[in-house]
Write a protein that binds this ligand. Structure first.
Ligand SMILES: Nc1ncnc2c1ncn2[C@@H]1O[C@H](COP(=O)(O)OP(=O)(O)OP(=O)(O)O)[C@@H](O)[C@H]1O
Ligand SMILES: [Mg+2]
Length: 359
């Protein structure tokens, strides 16, 4: 649906040339929700603005729905752009227009009749849940409602692609979830291809099918969200994922593990278990306790779900007979789990390091 080939983009500034994007090749499929994540300055906005040619690449081509936008004359480009809607972090609504009039704007610009505009706007008001706010002005709306207006306006020309530049970054977590749910609903109902950029992994987790990680203007990681989350390769991806599942353990916990001298070290294992789509968490833990006759304490953990599959990590303390402990660790390693020993690093050759276990 969207093909970016060998794209690069530089800006000339008084301080010199800034390379915003370099060597970008991306293929976004029809009907998918494609997420792009990166830190500030990574090139996300530049990338998304290339898709509707709000920015022109210095090099490379942009194809949307089979057409090379970089090769189109202005009139054809204007028409092609009607197939690409866009929503923004700060909504970009017109303050002097009502909700209805804001949504109607792209249709007015296109010269549609009053009747045609009404026929198009009414269902959009309904779709975004703002029928009762039609005569309100943006200043009378909450952030979430403003973004709903932005979404309805973006859909007014019946685009096939929706671009979202940090559309939820100015919203609280609950409103963010409701806007993301709306985008998902639109994606499913209208078959719209959605490209969304964000600096929050939770947004990617919530809605995206695939994700690209952008750093210094390059795509450094790309794949289905579940795969990227459970097998992050690049350091920055690990950090993004860590924000979500607590990659770093609390220092007080690490101190507690290191300083525990009451238990015979041979009868105690502290393990971090990383769930990466193999086994579900509860059967594994109860099997461990039962089959190997061990006691276990849950010390720390964060579990989440992506597309219905468990994802996250648990830190558990296993107590019992040393041979049984070894057997339990071996068992875990057969369950497609990442297992890391937090108190037995050297002596246990059977413990798989997280990064390798994930591969
Ligand atoms: N119009 C411009 N003129 C000069 N430099 C620019 C321009 N637009 C972007 N840049 C530079 O290009 C790089 C990428 O910017 P971009 O806005 O795409 O990043 P971003 O990932 O969207 O960041 P943020 O998360 O802060 O929005 C940055 O170094 C930025 O300073
Ligand atoms: Mg940006």
């Amino acid at each position: 649906m969207i093909e970016l080939s060998s794209i690069s983009k530089r800006y000339a500034t008084p301080q010199g040339t800034v390379t915003a994007l370099e060597g970008i090749d991306l293929s976004i499929r029809e009907g998918e929700i494609f997420g792009v994540i990166g830190k500030s300055g990574a090139g996300k906005s530049t990338l998304i603005r290339l898709i509707n040619l709000l920015e022109r690449p210095d090099q490379g081509s942009v194809r949307v729905a089979g057409r090379d936008l970089t090769a189109l004359p202005p009139a054809s480009l204007r028409r092609a752009r009607q197939e690409i809607g866009m929503i923004f972090q700060h909504f970009n609504l017109l303050a002097t227009r009502t909700v209805f009039e804001n949504i109607a704007l792209p249709l007015e610009l296109r010269g549609e009749s009053k009747a045609a505009i009404r026929a198009a706007v009414e269902p959009l008001l309904e779709l975004v849940g703002l029928t009762d706010k039609r005569e309100r002005y943006p200043s009378e709306l909450s952030g979430g409602q403003k973004q709903r207006v932005g979404i309805a306006r973006a859909l007014a020309t019946q685009p096939r692609v929706l671009l979202s530049d940090e559309a939820t970054s100015a919203l609280d977590p609950e409103t963010t979830r409701s806007i993301l749910a709306l985008l998902k609903d639109i994606n499913a109902r209208l078959g719209l291809t959605i490209v969304l950029i964000t600096h929050e992994m939770s947004v990617i987790k919530e809605v995206a099918d695939r994700v690209a990680v952008l750093e210094h203007g390059k795509v450094i990681e790309l794949g289905p969200v579940y795969d990227v989350f459970t097998r992050p390769r690049a350091e920055i991806t690990r950090r993004f994922v860590g924000e979500l599942v607590g990659g770093d353990l609390p220092p007080s916990l690490l101190r507690q593990i290191a300083n525990d001298t009451a238990t015979d070290p041979a009868r105690r294992r502290v393990l971090r278990i990383l769930f990466t789509g193999g086994a579900a968490e509860s059967p594994v833990m109860s099997t461990l306790a039962r089959r190997f006759d061990l006691d276990f304490n849950l010390l720390h953990g964060r579990l989440d779900e992506i597309q219905g599959r468990a994802f996250g990590n648990l830190v558990v303390e296993l107590l019992g007979d040393p041979a049984r402990l070894d057997a339990a660790v071996k068992y875990l390693a057969t369950q497609q789990l990442g297992v890391e020993s937090l108190n037995h690093e050297q002596e246990s050759g059977d413990v798989v390091r997280l990064d390798r276990a994930a591969g």
